[in-house]
Design a protein around this ligand. Structure first.
Ligand SMILES: NCc1[nH]cc(CCC(=O)O)c1CC(=O)O
Length: 315
């Protein structure tokens, strides 16, 4: 049965400039599809936005960015929530579902600096800002002479800290800088061959209450199937390794003509141990492709790497 759009839809979003850009992007797409429907954005601050003094993995992780938005949907103050997929936990809380994954923007990491052209250009002892364990491990593995220091806050906050001279360079997602209209801040792209992106990086997801079949149908045209398949494979890798401790982990899949190529990495935060694996498989079975890469990583010592991460966390 085809559902007709309601007279009004409310999109829950974080209030950062990037989150609002993303919500507006979805609003515009829905308006074009359903011109009679009035669509509003409800901006809200999440715990993840408030806690700026600690590395998030230590205080509760990704769920901190989505919880308030989920509560708004439960209380019917909002119908859908727009997220950066990278910030969406692997397991959604009971009663929620992803209704659509939008076409991926640039998945790469970007090197941002006012004084240097690339990571390779930085002198030993230079301070690089990132709070991502994945970026930290990959930088340490390639450039052990660099010093990685935590960098939290939304994109504007992070760029401000760079500009005030707190860091020689920072690493950010290229997608965020492009969406904010500041691609000129990117001095160099870090290609996946050098530094694999995080699962879901560059992709946006729309979350709804699981029971709302009316919305599932309305939102289906926004789903980009190749991106949805790629991120399901990527997120399978984090599901396999992410449960027991915070571990530097990357996974990046590309899909073309029904074929998927998935690469993934796990390592220790100090970058001294890194395992990388890749597989080709069918895009139609993304979880199986993710499981295969996870098995290859296991064979390359991921178990030992996990144990080392746990020991570091405990110590
Ligand atoms: N961790 C925060 C976050 N979540 C999504 C993005 C950027 C946009 C995206 O990857 O879709 C960022 C900033 C960053 O990593 O630089």
């Amino acid at each position: 049965m085809k559902v007709s759009p309601p007279s009004k839809l409310i999109i829950a979003s974080r209030e950062s400039r990037l989150a609002m850009w993303q919500a507006e992007h979805v609003r515009a797409k829905l308006s074009a599809l359903y011109p009679q429907c009035s669509i509003e954005i409800l901006g809200m601050t999440t715990k993840g936005d408030q806690i700026l003094d600690r590395t998030l993995s230590k205080v509760g992780g990704k769920g901190l960015f989505v919880k308030e938005l989920e509560v708004a949907m439960e209380e019917r103050r909002a119908d859908l929530a727009v997220h950066s997929l990278k910030d969406v936990p692997m397991e959604l809380p009971e009663g929620f579902a992803l209704a659509a994954v939008l076409e991926r923007e640039d998945p790469r990491d970007a090197f941002v600096s006012n004084d240097y052209a690339s990571l390779a250009d930085l002198p030993d002892g230079a301070v690089v800002g990132t709070s991502s364990l994945r970026r930290q491990a990959l930088i340490a593995a390639r450039f052990p002479g660099l010093i990685v220091r935590p960098l939290r806050g939304n994109l504007d906050t992070r760029l401000g800290k760079l500009d005030r001279g707190e860091y020689a360079a920072i690493i950010l997602a290229a997608a965020g800088l492009k969406r904010l209209g500041v691609p000129q801040r990117i001095r160099a792209y870090i290609e996946p061959e050098q530094s694999l992106p995080a699962p879901g990086q560059g992709a946006m997801a729309i979350e709804i209450l699981a029971g709302r079949d009316d919305l599932t149908q309305l939102l289906a045209p926004l789903n980009h199937e190749a991106t949805a398949q790629a991120v399901r494979a990527e997120r399978t890798v984090s599901r396999v390794f992410g449960g027991s401790c915070q571990i530097p982990l990357a996974a990046f899949a590309t899909v073309s003509n029904g074929a998927m190529h998935l690469r993934a990495m796990v390592g220790t935060p100090d970058g001294t141990r890194i395992a990388v694996a890749e597989v080709d498989g069918a895009a139609g079975t993304p979880e199986a492709v993710g499981q295969q890469v996870a098995a290859l990583l296991e064979a390359k010592g991921a178990g030992d790497i996990l144990a080392a991460c746990r020991a570091m966390e405990a110590g």
